[in-house]
Design a protein around this ligand. Sequence first.
Ligand SMILES: [Zn+2]
Length: 342
Amino acid sequence: MSCGASPRDHHPVRRRRQRLLPSLALPRRLPEFPILIDPPDLSQWRAGNNGIPGVIERESPVPGPEIAVISLIHGNEFAGAAAADRLLREDIRPLCGTLRIVFANMAAFERFDPSNPTASRFIGEDLNRVWSNDRLSQKPGSVEMARAQELLPVIRRSDMLLDLHSMLWDSSPLFISPQTERSITLAGLLSSQADTPFLTLTDLGHVGGARLIEQEGFMAPGGTGRSVLLEAGQHWRPETVETSARVIRHFVENAGFVHWGSRGEPVTVSRQAMVTDNVVARSASFGFTESYLGGQVIEKAGTVIALDGDDEICTPYDQCVLIMPNLCVRRGQLAVRLARRL
Ligand SMILES: [Zn+2]
């Protein structure tokens, strides 16, 4: 299925196969991804220091915004937690206001097994699909729902939130922001730093449920909460830890400027793209025509990037950005998202 806006210059994303094209013989099972970093030792942060386990609070004597850095929403994505752990040990502090560093799904993280590294993403359900007020008001039916409810007061208090993630397949880092001007400004400020010049993506959300960055305070028209998600690189590579650490520093150092609007000149958001299509595999034989990398740009509209049963999947416009192609996708799963540069 593809969905999204269809401006007149859009080529169709899916059409009947028009010519014989080989698709890559891609593995039907996940390849082995090397684990090049160790899970961090988070034992000293487990109890927390503000009454909620896994939440470390640091305050500045100077008044300012309440900001939150969230790691381990997905238990097997511990590069962000490793960066947060290092910065806490270095005694990172906010320049003003309050900083809270959160280790979200510790229960799943503690089950990490290098011989089956993707299994500890969550225990009962995806912690990044439960953040609608409707879901959060129900009786928890999983470890993750109970944890979301426990963390909710911290989330609701946050004027600004950075949610740290990483990716299974090789991909350039990117920021994902809700489609509010205030959050796009925050993402734009992070991506305007010389050493974190990543694409900022606004998207259509996830059909499976609301993500943390979509919690009501960050989405409400007329509200003030800002949120941004970082996809920092491949889950288990050392450079993903370094990228996460740089972004956390920029976030903490610039929070006051963003909050008070005292940066001088408005931030220009130059590297921005919008997801126009979510391509879901309809057949069991979905295959890309090349082993594309996340963030790769396809120059020409109408380029066939994948075959799906009797269909071809084509880029709908020039300069199409492939977001997190899943090279081992199964029927019914999201194969790739297509984004248009703004
Ligand atoms: Zn994630």
